[in-house]
Each structure stands twice: as structure tokens, then as C-alpha cells.
Design a protein around this ligand. Structure first.
Ligand code: ADP
Ligand code: MG
Length: 699
């Protein structure tokens, strides 16, 4: 045990030192954001297996969510395609039968030998006249196995997992920590007794035991509500503290009067929409107002946020301050820089580009220029907030595609000394969610698209008709249009996946699209290769781009009119909307075609139908939230535990409002949280949100 860790006992003890964990499992847990014992206790179940609510197989109906129990009669694995496995396991409970289906999880076969007894939970669907349950939650009922004793409990927790960890193992670990008692109790109550009474909520340690291993549904409901409130309250409190601090600070006054701003706007090839004008007016007033701006600019894909941000940056530079424009992807930084440096330099402003791919020598020169104030406006990625980047006079930092960054990354631009911060989100976040996640931000919405954009024609087409879709694409390409062919690949994809993409691309190039200029674009290409592929596409040298979701955000090629998405069922609605947003950026009629694979679940089919019908990203985001929950929609890309693991900003809107009111009241009454009875809360914030507390100025 190292010295540093040795001192960390109790709640702060790293999980590694728990019995049965060790370095390897500790690393697995860390991928879930679980580092300490406290993290483990607060790693809440995402679902439960209710042994009391078992349903006889004979009574199952399609569309029903149910927990069933039965014996394995047979199993069968098929490989319909390369890199795809479908495992079917037939269950029987004496009353009837049901097939469990697992995609790409062949290892379940070993776990489910014939004759074993299992508990399965999931959604029942009819497929080719038979009932099945795809990707169920699973529990093999083997009381002799380690942790089997827990099966005696009436309701079992189902945790979010990661590769390498099993439900049973995690259940046992949490169960043991809870049984030791002292640890859970030392979490201490952080909410006033009065609030608990008003909500009918259990005290914290008891609520913890109940949320992991509840005795019945009613007890579980109250415990969950308590923790929902707690996480909303903490988020709101951090936001309220930070907001109060920013409001009380003075910022430089950046006047909008410089003629260069007027010239920038006059030289645009279009006129701002009224919504863009309003947004710019609000931002301009903030910049000139003497305080510090901390504003979220929200607007649907293609609503034209970039140009508003640039105008604000021009105002900043014209007032003698520097500006930074941070985006989540290197190709986006390149695109913005390449596209805007001309008009900016025409105004006499000096621009730069800083990304992870910037060669060392250039980087050194750029850093020196930034520090000497010789650059007015820098475009870049996270590289902008790394050690060694110093600005002479950073006035405004713009963070594009905010949802791709963590709150801390946004804040660290302020640490760089940016008095004014503008964050933008292309994912139209419903207002209640924006309030939840960004409690410290003022909000401006661009609520209209530039004129003359016909809606993108969106159709779901069976994958069996792929040839016809490709023929249609060929026809449009022959007429001079441009198309994206999108394939689902994890951007962190391993070699085998990259190879598969490359092979698919070679095949398309040799067969379906022989003789047409095309390119491949995926996340693993060298930065220069990515930029070149995108440039060729933008310039029209290639007219077909075979791509992964690396094109999801921000890519702006107004001439592109076709988007074909393979395996659309793998994306959420908001992500599909982002992808669709890559076309329909000009006046030409555009298409988004979704290739539905055979055997796609009914629920996925419904989701895609919703997507084809709804054009408004804001409404789609709401649908997405209803269907999936915020952790999945917003948490998946960020590291560690999502900001919200239990509460749902739409479904729990009343709790959101309550948490917000109480947080703001508290901060108004006691801005430093010094009251004696706030001590456990203060300690918790310090432990779990240290960096944010520093940012909020409460130490
Ligand atoms: P997003 O809000 O998704 O970031 P962009 O800023 O990339 O959208 O703008 C989308 C496209 O619309 C760009 O090609 C941009 O040049 C163009 N655009 C922006 N504002 C207007 C406008 N007022 N009129 C016409 N086209 C515009
Ligand atoms: Mg954008």
C-alpha cells in the first residue's frame, strides 16, 4: 500500500483495497467512474429484478416488460454475418416457452447450460410468430455460487456494468460493504431533517441500503426519490454558487462600436436571421456590460450559431482582446479556421490554429505569439486548455458543441483567464435539462433556421433494398451532387474494426461505386489525412465520403445532399438528427436514408419512424430523453459517472424545480455554506466535487 493511499480510509478508501477486488477489478470499476468506496455506494442500480413479480411464460404478451423464470431447454448460435453472432436460448417454465436472444454475446452460452435455471427480465416481442426477449437482464439461479446467497432477497439490483465485471460480482461487493454497516453510516446526512420530513424520505444511510437491496417497491420508491433530489440539489447548488460568484465579478468592457464588426457582418454572403440578430444583441450587451458573461447559445443543427460566435469574437478582438474558439474535433477546428481566416484577416485580425496534431515547431511559435498578444483569434481543440497555453489578454472563449465537453473543461477556459465565456450546443437540449445541467448559465436560443431550406426527406428503407438505394445515390452523384455513406464504427475502434471499415470501403469503391471519386474518413486517420479527405469533399474533387460518426458534429459542406445511414438502430434520435444535419444546408433538396437491417426490434423501428416524422431537433431531443434517459443521452461521452444517474430532467421536472429553489435560497442565505449544520454537505462537496468548489470560490 502506498503512503498516499494508506491514509485514505473509510469512504475515501480506493476500491482496490476491498476484499476480492485487487488492481485489475479496480481498473474495471474505474471505467464506471467508481474509484472509492463512496463511489461504489453511490453507483446506483439502473434497474431491478423483482422475484415477486414473476410472470408465467404462457401469459406473456408482445410489448410487455416482464421478469420470468425458467429452465434452459436448448441453445443455438448463428453467425449471419461476419462479426455478428446471434445466440438463442429456449426457456421453459412448465406453462410455456420463450426464446432469449443475445446479439454479439456468445459467452452467455457457457453461462446457460441446458437444465440450468434462470431469471430473465426485459421486453417481450413477437418475432416470426414466436415470443422472444432480446438482450434480457439475466440471473442464473445457482445458490451455491459466490454471491448466490443474495438470491434470497426479494428484489435484486441490476447495475450499470462494464467489460470484465459481472452483475453477481458487483452485487456481492456492494452487499458486503453495506453489511459492514459503519461505512454507509459514515456517509452522514447532508439534507436538513425538515426536507426529509416534507418529502417522506429516509435518512441517507438507510436510503442507501434500501436503494441497493430494497425490501419492497414502496421502500425503493422513497429511497430513489431521495437520491434523485440529492443529485439534482447538488448540481443546482454548484451551479448557484458558481453563478453567484461570476455575477459578482467585474469583466472587461468590450464595446460593439468598432466599425470592423459592422464590416464583418456586412461582408457576409447572407443576412443574419432575426433570431441570430437577437442572440448577437444579447451577447454583445453582455460583453459590453461590465460583468462577466457566462452564456449558453442553443440552437438546432444548421441554425447558424458559428457566425454569431464569430461576430462576438470580432467584437472582442476589435476591443483589443484575444478570442478563442474551442471545438471537440480536430477536423472541425480545421474547417472553422480554413473557412473563416479569410474574412477575419481581411479585417486585419490575426488568426491561428492549435490542435493535438499541430507540429511541435509550429506549436511553439503559436504559443509564443499567443502569449505575446500577436494573435487575435485562435481556433482549436482541447489543446487550447492544456498546460503551457497562455494568452496575453484572453477576453472571450467560445466553446462549440458544449455537450461534448465536461463542465470542468468549460470552466478551465475561465481559469485561463477568459472573463467571458460563450458555450454553444447543437444538441437542442430541452429547457428543463439545460437548467439542470447548466444551472450557472444564462440561456439564449436561436429558434429559427435560415430561410430557403427545404426539409430533408427522411425515409426508412429495408437493408435488403440496399442496391436500390445505392443506385439512387449513383444517379444523384452523376447529376453532380455529394453524398455521405455512414457506417457505425466506434471511433476508438480497434484494428479489426478499422480493417473491416477499410475493406467495406474498398468493396464499395470497386463494385457499387466503381469509377466515382470517393474517400474514406474515420477517427483513426492521421489528422492531415482527415483534413485532406474533408477538403477534397468540400471542394468537390470527391463526391462520395464513406464515413463514421466523425462527421456527426459541425461538419459544414452546404453542397452535400445525401446521407445514407447504415445500422441506424445503433444511434439515439439526437445523434441521428446531428447526422441528418450534415445535409440540407443549402437550397437543394436533400435526402436522409436509413437502412434498416432485417430482424430489427419493433422498438427500434418505432424510434426510426419518429425520427423520419419529426424535423425539429428540440422535439426529437425530448423524444430521445423520454425513450432513453439523460445518462445515456448526455453522459456516455463524458468520462466517469454521469452528472445525473437517477433523476430524469423531464420526468422529474417537479424535483428539478424544487432542487433549484432550495439551492438558490440556500446560497442567498449562506453563500459560503458556513452554517454549522451544513458541514456534512460541505464535506461531501469538497470530497466529490473539489475542483468545482474551487471554481465556485467556496473552498
Ligand atoms: P450550426 O448552428 O449547426 O453550427 P452553422 O453555423 O454551421 O450551424 O451554419 C449552418 C450553415 O448555414 C452554414 O453553411 C452557414 O454559413 C449558413 N448560415 C448561417 N447563417 C445563415 C443565414 N442567416 N442565412 C443563410 N445561411 C446561413
Ligand atoms: Mg456548429
Amino acid at each position: 500500500m502506498s503512503d498516499g493511499d494508506g491514509k485514505r480510509q473509510g469512504l475515501e478508501m480506493p476500491c482496490q483495497y476491498l476484499k476480492g477486488v485487487g488492481p485489475r477489478r479496480a481498473a474495471d470499476l474505474a471505467r464506471l467512474g467508481v474509484h472509492t468506496v463512496e463511489d461504489l455506494l453511490l453507483h446506483f442500480p439502473r434497474d431491478y429484478l423483482d422475484l415477486g413479480e414473476r410472470v408465467p411464460l404462457a401469459s406473456l404478451r408482445p410489448g410487455q416488460r416482464a421478469t420470468v423464470r425458467g429452465r434452459v431447454m436448448a441453445s443455438d448460435e448463428r453467425r449471419p454475418r461476419r462479426a455478428m453472432s446471434v445466440l438463442s436460448v429456449l426457456l421453459d417454465d412448465g406453462s410455456g416457452r420463450l426464446t432469449l436472444v443475445f446479439f454479439n454475446q456468445p459467452y452467455h452460452r457457457k453461462q446457460l447450460p441446458n437444465g440450468s435455471e434462470v431469471l430473465a427480465s426485459g421486453e417481450v416481442a413477437a418475432f416470426r410468430g414466436r415470443l422472444q426477449m432480446a438482450q434480457p437482464e439475466l440471473e442464473v439461479l445457482d445458490e451455491a455460487a459466490p454471491g448466490g446467497r443474495l438470491l434470497a432477497r426479494p428484489i435484486l439490483p441490476v447495475y450499470p456494468l462494464t467489460r470484465g465485471l459481472s452483475q453477481r460480482w458487483l452485487r456481492r461487493l456492494v452487499g458486503e460493504v453495506l453489511e459492514r454497516g459503519g461505512l454507509a453510516a459514515s456517509l452522514g446526512e447532508i439534507l436538513p431533517a425538515e426536507w426529509l420530513r416534507a418529502g417522506g424520505w429516509p435518512e441517507r444511510a438507510e436510503a442507501l441500503r434500501r436503494i441497493h437491496f430494497p425490501a419492497d417497491r414502496a421502500v425503493l420508491g422513497a429511497a430513489r426519490e431521495r437520491f434523485k433530489f440529492e443529485e439534482l440539489f447538488i448540481l443546482q447548488l454548484l451551479g448557484a454558487l458558481r453563478r453567484r460568484r461570476l455575477k459578482s465579478e467585474k469583466g472587461p468592457v468590450l464595446e460593439a462600436g468598432d466599425p470592423r464588426l459592422a464590416r464583418f457582418l456586412a461582408d457576409l454572403p447572407f443576412r443574419l436571421t432575426p433570431a441570430q440578430e437577437r442572440a448577437l444583441a444579447a451577447i454583445g450587451a453582455d460583453l459590453a456590460g461590465g460583468g462577466r458573461m457566462n452564456r449558453l447559445l442553443q440552437g438546432d443543427v444548421g441554425s447558424g450559431k458559428t457566425v454569431v460566435a464569430l461576430a462576438a469574437l470580432v467584437q472582442t478582438a476589435a476591443a483589443g482582446w484575444q478570442g478563442a474558439f474551442m471545438v471537440p474535433l480536430e477536423i472541425l477546428a480545421q474547417q472553422h479556421h480554413a473557412g473563416w481566416r479569410g474574412p477575419l484577416e481581411a479585417l486585419g485580425l490575426r488568426t491561428g490554429l492549435l490542435t493535438g496534431g499541430t507540429p511541435a515547431r509550429e506549436r511553439r511559435r503559436l504559443l509564443a505569439d499567443l502569449a505575446a498578444g500577436e494573435i487575435d483569434l485562435v481556433f482549436g481543440t482541447q489543446a487550447l486548455i492544456q498546460e503551457g497555453v497562455d494568452f496575453a489578454r484572453l477576453g472571450l472563449a467560445v466553446v462549440d458543441e458544449q455537450h461534448r465537453f465536461g463542465v470542468l473543461q468549460r470552466a478551465s477556459l475561465q481559469k485561463q483567464g477568459a472573463p467571458h465565456v460563450l458555450v454553444m450546443s447543437a444538441t437542442p437540449i430541452p429547457r428543463s435539462l439545460a437548467m439542470t445541467l447548466y444551472g450557472d448559465l444564462d440561456l439564449t436560443v436561436i429558434d429559427e433556421l435560415p430561410p430557403g431550406r427545404p426539409p430533408v426527406v427522411t425515409r426508412v428503407v429495408e437493408e435488403t433494398k440496399r442496391d436500390r438505394v445505392y443506385a439512387f445515390v449513383r444517379e444523384r452523384l452523376a447529376a453532380g451532387e455529394r453524398a455521405f455513406l455512414l457506417f457505425p464504427l466506434v471511433e476508438e475502434g480497434d484494428r479489426a474494426e478499422i480493417r473491416a471499415a477499410t475493406e467495406e470501403y474498398e468493396r464499395l469503391r470497386a463494385e457499387d461505386f466503381a469509377g466515382l471519386p470517393c474517400d474514406l474518413l474515420h477517427g483513426r486517420l492521421r489528422p492531415a489525412a482527415k483534413a485532406e479527405a474533408l477538403e477534397r469533399f468540400r471542394g468537390g474533387a470527391t463526391r462520395l465520403l464513406v464515413a463514421t460518426t466523425v462527421v456527426e458534429v459541425g461538419i459544414d459542406v452546404p453542397e452535400a445532399t445525401l446521407m445514407v445511414i447504415h445500422n441506424p438502430e445503433r444511434y439515439g434520435l439526437s445523434q441521428l438528427h446531428q447526422l441528418r444535419g450534415r445535409v440540407g444546408r443549402g437550397a437543394a433538396k436533400s435526402y436522409c436514408l436509413l437502412l434498416a437491417p432485417p430482424g430489427m426490434a419493433d422498438s427500434a423501428r418505432e424510434r426510426l419512424a419518429v425520427f423520419a416524422r419529426i424535423r425539429d431537433g428540440f422535439r426529437l431531443a425530448e423524444e430521445d430523453l423520454k425513450l432513453r434517459g439523460p445518462g445515456e443521452v448526455f453522459g456516455s461521452r463524458q468520462h466517469g459517472r454521469p452528472e445525473l444517474s437517477l433523476a430524469h430532467p423531464l420526468h422529474d421536472a417537479t424535483l428539478v424545480a424544487l432542487a433549484r429553489r432550495r439551492a438558490r435560497d440556500l446560497v442567498r442565505r449562506d453563500p459560503e455554506l458556513i452554517a454549522q449544520d451544513l458541514r456534512p454537505l460541505r464535506d461531501l462537496l469538497r470530497r466529490a466535487h473539489r475542483e468545482r468548489m474551487v471554481l465556485a470560490g467556496v473552498g
